[in-house]
Design a protein around this ligand. Structure first.
Ligand code: ADP
Ligand code: MG
Length: 427
């Protein structure tokens, strides 16, 4: 009975870190690619799991010890790649040497082959689909555990030579394959969800951009018409020199203005990179207000912002833009007859607060409860994904959201983020 308990413990040691990894890091995974930071995290998690497995081994027979260290080791190499798993391998070897017993010589004998095979697979592993990953990892684990077990038998580290070896070998191999399958299944599932979320985020951004495009085109056309008028005037030779200068200056100013509108829009359209840096909140709020201003004007909404300078938070500036854009756009859409939208950013203790306040239609209690859940939308062409994405981004930046709303009076979204020192690298 005790062996089963030990075994369950070993499996738990392997699976638990995957869940911990999910809760801590998955929020920060904003792209389906495995980044360098992910690799380091995977390597650390795998190292902890492997060392714990070795500390709490299974003893099915007296004097006979085994553990599932092979599983986190292989996962670390397959997902982490060559460089980041060097630390993991070194740690496992060193710890095995420190623990003593037959474990180290067996490892020294067999693991180089296993590690080499894992490396060969790992370069292709990340490109494979879930089924190929499961299959290749199972096969690798099958042969690896068979090799290790055979080495144990051949080197005659047999505590009880008279017991039949075959069932023990079979159990050893099956347990390993089973553990790695469960682990890979969990990891793939969770990465797939992260990738899906990333896609929804991109799609929502594209949707906002599409809806803004018309108003931006409108806004850019006005200066063009003005410039065309000036050019037409300049065609005539009878214009005095100082008038000529004035027309040229006005024309250039108008062109500059449309250029700013377009480059603001394009900056927002930039593909997501998911950087982690210090964000200047004032700059972002002003930027969002600038992009949306043409849309607001078209809807008869005035945007007023009151922003304290020197507010810094940690995160991806592009993502904060996306958050602000969706909240401001929702606010504008809540005021079909026009109104005023306030954007305030200020410091409260160790936090930076951003409030977005509209005096639009507001929400009932029931609506307030559903806000931010996927597909909740009261708009004809709404997706109800904007706020879901918005909330996710805010949470991934360690922020929180509070909503107050009174039907017919208006709505207030209050964001709170931990303050970050300027130029201090966020951790
Ligand atoms: P969408 O804008 O596509 O409908 P969102 O997730 O952005 O999706 O918003 C979901 C719903 O929340 C909206 O349809 C609306 O009913 C409600 N909502 C969001 N912001 C406001 C607001 N400022 N005032 C009133 N209702 C709002
Ligand atoms: Mg919206």
């Amino acid at each position: 009975m005790n062996e089963v308990k030990d075994l369950m413990l070993n499996m738990l040691i392997i699976i638990l870190p995957i869940f911990i990894y999910q809760t801590i890091w998955i929020d920060k995974i904003s792209s389906p690619m495995v980044t360098a930071r992910d690799r380091t995290a995977i390597s650390i998690v795998a190292t902890v799991a492997a060392l714990c497995c070795m500390t709490l081994p299974v003893t099915p027979l007296p004097g006979f010890v085994f553990d599932l260290r092979l599983v986190p080791l292989l996962i670390g190499i397959l997902y982490g790649g060559f460089r980041s798993s060097l630390f993991l391998i070194a740690a496992v070897y060193l710890y095995s040497w420190y623990l003593g017993g037959p474990g180290f010589p067996i490892m020294a004998l067999t693991y180089p082959f296993v590690i080499l095979a894992a490396y060969l697979i790992s370069s292709r592993f990340k490109r494979w689909g879930r089924r190929q990953k499961l299959l290749s990892a199972s096969l690798l684990t099958f042969f690896a555990s068979l090799l290790v077990k055979t080495a144990v038998v051949v080197t005659a580290y047999l505590p009880q030579p008279d017991t039949p070896q075959l069932p023990i070998i079979a159990a050893f191999v099956i347990l390993h394959v089973l553990s790695i399958c469960i682990s890979i299944f969990l990891i793939e599932n969770m990465r797939e969800k992260a990738a899906l979320r990333f896609e929804i985020q991109q799609a929502e951004k594209l949707r906002i951009m599409g809806q803004l495009a018309a108003s931006i085109a409108h806004e850019v056309r006005n200066p063009l018409t003005v410039v065309r008028g000036f050019l037409q005037l300049l065609q005539s030779d009878q214009i005095p020199a100082e008038k000529r200068h004035m027309f040229l200056k006005l024309g250039i100013d108008e062109l500059d203005r449309s250029e700013t509108i377009i480059s603001n829009y394009l900056a927002f359209a930039k593909p997501q990179s998911s950087r982690l840096e210090t964000i200047d909140v004032a700059e972002r709020v002003e930027h969002a207000a600038a992009i949306i201003s043409s849309y607001a004007t078209l809807q008869n909404v005035e945007i007023k912002h009151q922003i304290a300078q020197g507010l810094y938070i940690a995160g991806d500036p592009e993502q904060l833009s996306q958050v602000l854009m969706n909240l401001v756009k929702n606010g504008i859409e809540a005021m079909p007859n026009g109104g005023t939208l306030h954007m305030n950013a200020y410091k409260r203790g160790q936090n930076v607060k951003i409030d977005i306040i509209d005096n639009g239609v507001g929400m009932s209690e029931a609506e307030l409860e559903r806000v931010g859940t996927p597909y909740f939308s009261t708009k004809q062409n709404g997706t109800g994904l904007g706020l879901m994405v918005t909330y996710q981004i805010i949470h991934s930046m360690q922020g929180t959201v509070q909503v107050k709303s009174v039907p017919g009076k208006g709505t207030q979204f209050m964001l709170t983020f931990p303050q970050n020192e300027k130029n201090a690298l966020p951790d």
